[in-house]
Write a protein that binds this ligand. Structure first.
Ligand code: MSS
Length: 381
């Protein structure tokens, strides 16, 4: 068998420790070990998920394209075009948020759904910088038409790339953070992460955060394009947000706009970053550490940790968070005698939203939105 190229061979500037899931289109995941070493995920360690590659952009260097234009139109009082230079002269805002692929955790579903077998590395926390959508509309003195319900975005097709079109309900957008991002972690937005301009909607799954933004329209309905339906959806009852399991795991579902919803608001989740699975740690004091996050609509209230298979749980100490869309860092000191353990962590927010013990309860054909309680086996010596 031919060997997969390493991450740095696929995308210049990436850490070779990232795991390449596909080199065309580029899909690579980070690791829990790498995520545990940084507060803000560096561009070298951030996962990449392309459905459509743009030729020549497989690098973490900036994408310098003077005169890059974004068209803003649809149901607004006056459509307009704006260049990247003009955008960079408008007031800039910074937002730290978790970027996560809605397929992250997919490999945990049973039976295994279609798609790239993400383990846990399709996530990172970065600081975006750019022009808020609301700042842009105000600057242009543009008003929304009352029928506007969605934003529908298109990525550039430069170099002959296939179109990537996504819609997003305006009601889910946080107007104080949704932005046209030009920067990431204090630098120009890396080419592979969507530079020069990307839509960033903090608190949402990666899929709607369109890279290489060429057009953004306010629309009355959702796009009916392939990336919107059947892809990137979970079954729901009409008008509801919580995923359902309409039939037994493993069966097909006739995805349509009215019997499913797109992956938008990120569901609550928590990851254990230390100890790592399969590791040996010195007892008896073991610090279990990790991160938790949600869609930012309500604070994460608690993270509970169990070291006995869920028989009892103890609240972890939340050490701090990087704003409401970022990671809450938590630690749970445990006194453990030598032996083998399985540790579990479960986050809950102030709206009472929490993680299922068995993430398979929401099995879906394409394996989206896994947030089952993580279990990590390790040894105390
Ligand atoms: N954009 C574009 N243009 N294309 C593509 O493909 N993808 C998605 C987003 N955006 C795309 C876009 C996805 S799907 C994701 S995750 C994200 O992106 C990622 O990011 P990064 O930067 O990391 O690569 Mo799943 O939900």
């Amino acid at each position: 068998a031919q060997q997969q190229p390493t991450a740095d061979q696929v995308v210049r500037g990436k850490n070779p420790k990232l795991v390449v899931l596909s080199s065309r289109p580029v899909v690579m995941e980070s690791t829990l070990e790498l995520l545990g070493t940084e507060r803000i995920t560096s561009k070298a360690n951030l996962f990449v998920r392309n459905n459509i590659d743009l030729p020549g952009l497989n690098t973490t260097e900036p994408n310098v394209q003077p005169g890059w234009v974004v068209e803003i139109g649809g149901l607004i009082s006056a459509p307009f075009r704006i260049t990247v230079e003009e955008l960079s002269r408008l007031p800039q805002t910074e937002v730290t948020s978790v970027l996560q692929c809605s397929g992250n955790g997919r490999a945990n579903f049973n039976p295994r759904p279609s798609g790239n077998p993400w383990t846990y590395g399709g996530v990172g926390q970065v600081t975006w910088r750019g022009v808020l959508l609301k700042t842009l509309l105000e600057a242009k003195e543009v008003k929304l038409n009352e029928n506007a319900r969605f934003i529908t975005m298109n990525a550039s097709t430069q170099g002959g790339a296939q179109p990537y079109e996504k819609s997003f309900p305006i009601s889910v957008l946080d107007y104080n953070s949704a932005m046209l991002a030009l920067g990431m972690n204090g630098e120009p937005l890396p080419a592979v992460h969507g530079g020069p301009v990307r839509l960033v909607a903090a608190g949402t799954f990666g899929t709607a955060n369109v890279k290489w933004l060429a057009k953004l329209e306010f629309t009355a309905s959702e796009s009916s394009g392939n990336e919107q339906v059947p892809r990137y959806r979970v079954p729901v009852l009409p008008g509801w947000n919580t995923p359902i399991l309409p039939t037994q795991p493993g069966s097909r579902y006739p995805y349509a706009l009215n019997n499913s919803r797109s992956n938008w608001g990120a569901n609550i989740n928590s990851f254990i970053l230390s100890p790592l699975a399969g590791s040996s740690v010195k007892g008896r004091l073991v610090e279990v550490r990790g991160v938790a996050w949600n869609d930012g609509l309500a604070p994460v209230e608690s993270v509970e940790v169990s070291v006995n298979g869920g028989t009892s749980w103890r609240k972890a100490i939340i050490e701090g968070n990087e704003g409401k869309f970022g990671w809450y860092r938590w630690v749970s000191p445990q006194l453990l005698a030598p032996g083998e353990y399985e540790v579990m962590a479960r986050a809950t927010d102030t709206l009472g939203r929490t993680q299922p013990l068995n993430g398979n309860v929401w099995w879906n054909e394409r394996g989206y939105e896994w947030n089952g309680v993580m279990r990590v086996k390790f040894k105390v010596t």
